[in-house]
Write a protein that binds this ligand. Structure first.
Ligand code: SF4
Ligand code: F3S
Ligand code: FES
Length: 250
């Protein structure tokens, strides 16, 4: 098994100050960035803070920025870098740092709580819900989300504008609203217009950066955000749909 010393540069600090620290660290064949971060913890930087859980790309905990690109550390293979290339690991930029590579992602929990949950139709008891397979499949893709928040961290609406956080739910939660809007049994009301008026759908100018970084390869923009925008416009400005919504409120 081949191994070499690799030049790592890791952000160390807390919510008051921090800096990039250089470490030469052993890398073995087949390893991922998270393996190397763990070796750093075991050797030169015993107090390095890092959040992780599954090491299989499924818990969404090990999100960080690697050479400036938001990624899962456990799914970033070391053989994708040249042996001489410095690997720089920094915490997610859009969320406050707690320590080292660990950020406070509670913004996302707040946004999740702001979305009214699935509302079943009146008179249908649990166990009596029936859906066509085509409706199940339409939103299946969105349920692959592992809540890594890479999309939330990447979207320029909040990445460059802290002041937008209050009004913008972010791609992950606009996608959740799209999923509920597509649900044939959801009786909550007009989710698309609500997304537009109360959760900042209008901030999204479909740059697709969220889709590019999603480790589950969910087509967030094409399959959730654009259809949600189209339905918001249809429902808001089509007089027949508007009248229908008033009379047969879903
Ligand atoms: Fe992560 Fe993709 Fe879910 Fe966004 S949609 S939180 S990038 S898995
Ligand atoms: Fe942001 Fe994705 Fe829209 S990156 S602007 S939510 S397409
Ligand atoms: Fe679970 Fe990386 S440790 S996704």
């Amino acid at each position: 098994m081949s191994s070499h010393l690799h030049h790592f540069r890791v952000w160390r600090g807390d919510d008051t100050k921090g800096e990039l620290v250089d470490y030469p660290v052993e890398v073995n064949e087949g390893e991922v960035v998270l393996d190397v971060i763990h070796r750093l913890q075991a050797t030169e930087a015993g107090d390095l803070a890092v959040r992780w859980n599954c090491k299989a790309g499924k818990c969404g905990s090990c999100s960080a920025e690697i050479n400036g690109r938001p990624r899962l550390m456990c799914m970033t293979r070391m053989n994708t870098f040249d042996d001489a290339e410095v690997v720089t690991v920094t915490p997610l930029r859009s969320f406050p740092v707690i320590r080292d590579l660990v950020t406070d992602v509670s913004f996302n929990y707040t946004k999740a709580r702001e979305i009214p949950s699935f509302t079943p139709p009146e008179g249908v008891a649990p166990g009596e819900y029936r859906m066509a397979q085509v409706d199940v499949e339409r939103s299946q893709e969105f349920r692959k989300c592992i809540e890594c928040y890479l999309c939330q961290n990447t979207c320029h609406v909040v990445r460059d504008h802290e002041e937008n956080k209050e009004a913008f739910a972010g791609p992950r939660y606009l996608m959740r609203m799209a999923e509920l809007d597509m649900h044939p049994l959801d009786a909550h009301g007009n989710r698309a217009v609500e997304a537009q008026e109360e959760h900042g759908l209008g901030f999204c100018n479909i740059t697709k950066c969220c889709t590019e970084v999603c480790p589950e390869h969910i087509k967030i923009t094409d399959n959730a955000l654009i259809p949600l925008k189209e339905r918001a416009v249809d429902r808001k400005y089509d007089p027949l749909v508007w009248l229908g919504d008033k009379i047969f409120r879903r």
